[in-house]
Design a protein around this ligand. Structure first.
Ligand code: SF4
Length: 327
């Protein structure tokens, strides 16, 4: 079992704007509507991978939409691996449910993130709005066990009102086979479809953080790394080291965009820390983690009464950390 290497030069590449699921919180919903009808050519994708490799990028996240929907996607993953990238794929598992497909793709995948939003088909399929999506994920998990040679397998569990009460159950179900390296609890991001439906889906931070002791216990027992995204670090209290913000690797994202001349082209964005849709309220003051913690979602502060943020001092962090070393 090994975790991702944070020192690599990372690229996040959106290669397709189609998906078979219709997740209620999808941050790419509007992009898929706008760009879904304009597929990117294989030559353009391979050319971009080559050019960025020459610039020194050595880790690529292939995402979408659902990247496995790209025709013969395994050839793109194979090309990326051949020219020296570590290949990370983010997927809903639908294609990997097919054994033949899994056998073709998995040899070229170093790291895989599967999107799982509940411990059973009732809850997960309600989030994806596609009946049968959970069953496919479970099949995909089985194929990954048999045919995968992954360095890293993670689950991204997006939290909404639909599943907030069963987060530990989801970790329990997905970690039973001993193959899981990381479980990421992602608070819904107010972006794209997640922004449009935010007031109907968002939950208070406390509804998530109340599970921390149970999740900690389970993660320790199953030897799974636990991470939280979209929650201010200070609200994790003694579990602050589980914040995904502290592990964020700077990256360049390449995505489709409408250019100034009205044509569709590429948008390049460099991000240094986990700041998407977030800000620092006055309460953050001189917090010792400002710049590593991304702050709080602006939309969250508009929907719920303000949170009691607790800015860290070096002393308060040391008091919670036996070694006195920041994560
Ligand atoms: S006080 Fe602000 S910067 Fe500090 S951990 Fe909390 S939200 Fe993050």
């Amino acid at each position: 079992m090994s975790l991702s290497v944070n020192s690599m030069k990372r690229l996040e590449f959106h290669i397709i704007y189609r998906c078979v699921d219709r997740c209620v919180f999808c941050s790419e919903e509007f992009h898929m509507r706008e760009f879904g009808g304009f597929p990117v050519s294989r030559e353009e994708i391979l050319g971009m991978l080559e050019a960025k490799r020459e610039e020194g990028f050595d880790h690529v996240t292939l995402t979408g939409g659902e990247p496995t929907l790209y025709p013969k996607f395994w050839e793109i993953a194979a090309f990326a691996k051949r020219i020296g990238y570590r290949v990370f794929v983010i997927s809903n598992g639908s294609a990997l449910a097919n054994q033949g497909y899994a056998e073709k793709l998995l040899p070229y995948v170093d790291e895989l993130c599967l999107s799982v939003h509940g411990p059973n088909k009732k809850i997960h399929d309600q989030a994806t709005r596609v009946s049968g999506s959970f069953d496919k994920l479970m099949l995909a998990m089985r194929h990954i066990s048999h045919f995968g040679n992954l360095n890293f397998l993670m689950i991204n569990h997006v939290v909404t009102r639909l599943n907030v009460s069963v987060i530990p159950e989801t970790l329990d179900v997905l970690s039973r086979n001993g193959k899981l390296d990381q479980f990421l609890v992602s608070n819904i991001t107010p972006h794209g479809g997640g922004g449009a439906h935010y007031k109907d889906l968002a939950v208070r931070h406390q509804e998530i953080t109340r599970h921390l002791p149970k999740l900690h216990e389970l993660a320790q027992e199953r030897r799974v790394a636990l991470r939280f995204y979209g929650i201010p670090v200070c609200l994790l209290g003694p579990y602050w080291r589980y914040s995904n913000d502290l592990f964020y690797s700077p990256r360049t994202t390449i995505a489709r965009a409408r250019l100034e001349n009205g044509k569709i082209g590429w948008h390049f964005e460099n991000t240094e820390f986990s700041s998407r849709e977030k800000f620092y309220p006055e309460d953050c003051g001189h917090c010792a983690l400002k710049g590593r913690c991304g702050g709080i979602y602006w939309d969250y502060t508009q929907l719920f009464e303000s949170e009691a943020l607790k800015p860290w001092t070096v002393q308060s962090l040391r008091a919670l950390s036996p070694t006195g070393v920041l994560a």
